[in-house]
Design a protein around this ligand. Structure first.
Ligand code: F6P
Length: 321
């Protein structure tokens, strides 16, 4: 049996520790690991290699993915998936581990339906928006990067008696912005999952300014598309000079935190063990839910939209009205 690993879609911190552990863990089980470069694009182009320990030495602490990633349009077409399958056959690879988001899992599920190549998907996206799992690889590192940036922006905002609007990534999901607002002590949190009462917030904040407040931290999720509107609201309705910072791709890079390294190792261990010990012959996703790792089907992951837990949403109440 041979297993290959690839990374697909938006990269995140934790992918490199996952790749390293995959190679080490396969060798420990006397299985030849394979690595596929450039995600599904590399699968089509045959960029596949029998891995050595040397390939993955010294990457535990590095952000991004040494295998690189892609969002492949070609993989939607059967003729390219067929080429990808033939490439796997050439190397004798019969199972796959993929680090990516639900789009990547759906693509591999179609591949499984076409050619019967079993795989395990490991939820990896800073957006934390995959149904069925409480945690996706990369989220803790992204949150720590946002925390560092927000702490720094608060310093300069306080020096100038300014407001700041900090936009986080997350696509349509407000998880990163919500957790960051709570843990960074923001005054305002604007995410797609919560209604915001700007009139009542403006009243409250204006009053706080008269009592001595020197800065206002607003965290906004990119999915709301309200960053500029919030700057204008702070300047005109609240009455505080304001600057916006769009954090952007710094949230996707950086050295993985201890938590992301540990999660990467755990996700990969269980995924590889499932493929070799239980001789799994289907397309599965390993999820971390209610403190436990378990395997679910792609259909289950696709059956619903990820929803942030209500108790976490409740914590932001004061930052929305
Ligand atoms: O899905 C991860 C993510 O970083 C989103 O948060 C963001 O909206 C998107 O990818 C950015 O994509 P790109 O790197 O293609 O600009």
């Amino acid at each position: 049996m041979s297993i290959a690993i690839l990374t697909s879609g938006g990269d995140c911190a934790g992918m490199n520790p996952g790749i390293k552990h995959f190679v080490d863990h396969c060798f420990n089980h006397n299985i030849q690991p394979y690595i596929i470069f450039d995600g599904l694009e590399g699968l089509i182009d045959g960029d596949i290699k029998a891995a050595t320990h040397n390939d993955v030495a010294g990457i535990m602490h590095e952000g991004g993915t040494m295998l690189r990633s892609s969002r492949s349009k070609r993989f939607f077409e059967y003729e390219y998936r067929k080429i990808a399958f033939e490439n796997l056959q050439k190397h004798g690879v019969d199972k796959l581990v993929i680090l990516g988001g639900d789009g990547s899992f759906r693509a591999l599920n179609q591949f499984y339906k076409d050619f019967g190549v079993p795989f395990v998907g490991i939820p990896s996206t800073i957006d934390n928006d995959i149904f069925g799992t409480d945690y996706c690889l990369g989220v803790d590192t992204a949150l720590n990067i946002i925390r560092g940036a927000t702490d720094a922006i608060r310093d300069t905002s306080a020096s100038f008696r300014r407001g700041c609007v900090i936009e986080t990534m997350g696509r349509d999901c407000g998880y990163l912005a919500l957790v960051s607002a709570i843990t960074c002590g923001a005054e305002v949190c604007v995410i797609p999952e919560l209604e915001t009462d700007l009139d009542s917030l403006a009243k409250k904040l204006k009053n706080q300014i008269t009592l001595g407040r020197k800065y206002i931290v607003t965290v906004v999720a990119e999915g709301t598309k309200k960053t500029q509107e919030l700057v204008e609201w702070l300047e005109h309705e609240v009455g505080i000079e304001t600057r916006a910072t769009i954090l952007g791709h710094i949230q996707r890079g950086g050295n993985p935190t201890v938590y992301d390294r540990l999660m990467a190792v755990e996700f990969v261990t269980y995924a590889v063990d499932k493929l070799i010990n239980e001789n799994s012959n289907e397309g599965l996703v390993i999820v971390y839910a209610e403190g436990k790792f378990e395997f679910v089907t792609i259909d289950y992951v696709n059956s619903n939209k990820y929803a942030i837990k209500q108790n976490l949403l409740d914590m932001a109440e004061d930052m929305t009205k």
